[in-house]
Design a protein around this ligand. Structure first.
Ligand code: SF4
Ligand code: FES
Length: 255
């Protein structure tokens, strides 16, 4: 079948404003949007710019707005956008566009780094065996460990569109993951960061982030859990984990 792809373009060396190019291609329902972009770039227009690497939903580099929603091009199929209407493809919103579908990820990644997304184990010496955690403790953070740093959540967040200083969902998911990690002795530092002016209370629980996440992470739940830690203190760890896993528990009960 023939489908029209309307792709937002930008090349500051050519002209200062964005424009839209239309490509009509013979495609199948099970073609990935990434395959379409590769076909256009290889066979129709070699100037088209986009990022991609693994093609299997692992590297997080091909987040973009497809038919109005943030998605990974390698995990979205032509058949996901039914009908005959043109398929609109645009770069992620709320971050500077460098070229076509390529955005500047640095501001977003800097925010993630600012919450110290790593384990600090002061007594653990290099060369000792790995630092273990119990299965039960791991299950509390398992959902958040699936994050591939694609920024689909953060760039779908209206709070971030209106306030570029807000940390945003991606950084807050990492904050939740490393606050709850029982091996981390520096969780207080993360709590201090997310409790700041541009931190977690800028979230208005709009929920776009959870809808946008290609890994089905309960982003809104993780943010709510961080809020609860700030309001009740880290010692209330059990209550914290209960919130994070509310969604999973519900699923289990339904099953
Ligand atoms: Fe991407 Fe989901 Fe991680 Fe956000 S939480 S960066 S949408 S994988
Ligand atoms: Fe790696 Fe899509 S190309 S996630």
């Amino acid at each position: 079948m023939l489908r029209v792809f309307r792709i937002q373009r930008f090349n500051p060396e050519r002209e200062p404003n964005q424009w839209v190019d239309e490509y009509t291609l013979e495609v199948n329902e099970d073609d990935k949007i990434l395959d379409i972009l590769l076909k256009i770039r290889d066979e129709v227009d070699t100037t088209l710019g986009f990022r991609a690497s693994c093609a299997h939903g692992v590297c997080g580099s091909d987040g973009m707005m497809i038919d109005g929603l943030n998605r990974l091009a390698c995990q979205t199929f032509v058949g996901d956008i039914p009908g005959r209407k043109p398929i609109n493809i645009a770069p992620l919103k709320g971050v500077p566009v460098e070229k076509d579908l390529i955005v500047d990820m640095d501001p977003l990644l800097d925010k993630v780094k600012s919450v110290n997304p790593w384990v600090v184990a002061k007594e653990h010496k290099a060369g000792e065996r790995e630092l273990l955690m119990s299965q039960e403790d791991f299950e509390k953070i398992e959902d958040m460990t699936k994050c591939i740093w694609c920024s689909c959540c953060t760039t779908s967040c209206p709070s971030l569109w209106s306030d570029s200083d807000y940390l945003g969902p991606q950084a807050l998911v990492m904050a939740a993951r490393f606050i709850l990690d029982t091996r981390n002795e520096d969780a207080e530092k993360i709590i201090e960061k997310v409790g700041g002016l541009d931190g977690v209370f800028r979230c208005h629980t709009i929920g776009n982030c959870t809808d946008a996440c290609p890994r089905d992470i309960d982003v809104t739940g993780a943010i709510a859990a961080v809020k609860k830690v700030l309001l009740q203190g880290i010692d209330n760890e059990d209550k914290f984990s209960n919130i994070v896993w509310e969604k999973g528990d519900e699923k289990e009960q339904q099953g």
